[in-house]
Design a binder for this molecule. Structure first.
Ligand code: NAD
Ligand code: WQD
Length: 338
């Protein structure tokens, strides 16, 4: 069975390609390399022993998307990761974000509607919940006014898919709302490759520890949480990748399926910034250089998932711990700086 993975050379996409190949799927990747490198293809091949098909293609080019799908009529499922994802950048370049995250989604869905098998998985985000009124957050929690154009593209993206499913009973789609993906494959052949100064906590920690960055700033320790720092649900990227395979299997078997569904993907457990630092210090056996700084604008105080729906309907649960994730992120960082 041939599965298209858009953005398949990116962070979450590459780990998902590995898990798909491990389960015997044939994978074709589309990526324009705007936030990834061609070496990732070698990393994936090293792990699985099978080189996935790869087409360097920009999904903003509608005619090229059309030509691609004409060539690959035997695709039985699409996992759509390709998007721009930097929250701050999206505030500065909103039109780029709407073009890259919305236009590309529409083009892919338009082509998908011409195929015999219309199975679609969308990368959504816990950002759609904003600061939720109740914790843990389940899928029925209200969608809050988006705090950034990036967040808005995830909300609009979900609405577009839902509307498309309403009028096309053959289209089956799942939107997966990721909490905070971290870590790397245990082989250290693939992992997260942020461009420039990392905005996210874990890549900043590992780059700081390896000497690429100065001290980590902990953004605020006066929040109403047990240790005063913000709380997130950090999920190992390999657990996250595996969830895509089971979501795909649900679409392919169509058992008790409603044609548009959403699932939270998290561990169900919140960890504070200081707990993440402690976990890193434990697995790396070294002290991290950090200081408490001002709050970062736009941060929610606390977000962690109620994962009951994914646990029961997808039959999926996380297997790896925060320490596993921190240890794999550290191994990856050390491997790429050799
Ligand atoms: P990433 O940037 O590592 O991967 C995205 C990939 O898509 C990159 O390889 C990039 O080159 C490619 N791409 C972007 N625009 C493209 C285009 N027009 N045509 C072809 N390829 C294109 O990001 P990631 O962390 O792997 O995230 C994957 C998806 O998950 C994104 O949709 C992101 O918004 C979503 N998501 C990520 C997180 C996170 O914290 N990493 C959290 C929630 C949701
Ligand atoms: C985690 C915690 C920071 C860096 C972002 C996006 C969200 C989603 C995931 C895609 C927070 C603190 C961070 C640092 C720090 N992506 N921190 N010092 O903010 O939960 O979410 O990525 O959909 O949309 O907004 O993740 O990793 O940036 O921050 O203290 O140098 O670490 O304040 O509490 P966040 P993050």
């Amino acid at each position: 069975m041939k599965i298209l993975v858009t953005g398949g050379l990116g962070y979450i996409g590459s780990h998902t390609v590995v898990e798909l190949q491990n389960e015997g799927y044939d994978v074709v990747i589309i990526d324009n390399l705007q936030n990834s490198s061609i070496e990732v293809l070698e990393g994936v091949t090293k792990i699985t022993g099978v080189k996935p098909l790869f087409e360097e293609l920009d999904l903003r080019d509608k005619s090229k998307v059309h030509t691609f799908f004409k060539k690959h009529r035997d695709i039985t499922g699409v996992i759509h990761f390709a998007a721009s994802k930097a929250v701050g950048e999206s505030v500065e370049q909103p039109l780029h974000y709407y073009e890259n995250n919305i236009n590309t989604l529409v083009y892919v869905l338009q082509e998908l509607s011409k195929l015999e098998e219309q199975n679609f998985i969308f990368s959504s985000s816990c950002t759609v919940y904003g600061q939720a009124d109740e914790l843990p957050i389940d899928e029925n929690a209200p969608i809050k006014l988006a705090a950034s154009p990036y967040g808005n593209t995830k909300q609009i993206g979900e609405e577009i898919i839902k509307d498309a499913c309403k009028v096309d009973a053959d289209l089956n789609a799942i939107a997966l709302r990721y909490f905070n993906p971290i870590g790397a494959h245990s082989s250290a052949c693939i992992g997260e490759l942020p461009l420039g100064v990392p905005q996210n906590l874990v890549p900043f920690i590992t780059q700081s520890a390896i000497g690429l960055r100065g001290e980590l700033q902990v953004f605020g320790n006066d929040y109403p949480t047990p240790d005063g720092t913000c709380i997130r649900d950090y999920i190992h990227v390999v657990d996250l990748a595996k969830a895509h395979v089971v979501a795909l299997q649900r679409l392919l078997t169509k058992k008790n399926l409603t044609n548009y569904e959403t699932f939270n993907l998290g561990t169900g457990k919140g960890s504070s910034v200081l707990e993440v630092i402690q976990s890193f210090e434990k697995v790396s056996n070294q002290k991290l250089n950090y200081k408490i700084a001002d709050r970062r604008a736009g941060d929610v105080i606390s977000a962690y998932a109620d994962t009951t729906k994914a646990n029961t309907i997808l039959g999926w649960k996380t297997e790896l711990t925060l320490e596993d994730a921190m240890s794999s992120a550290w191994k990856w960082e050390q491997n790429i700086r050799k």
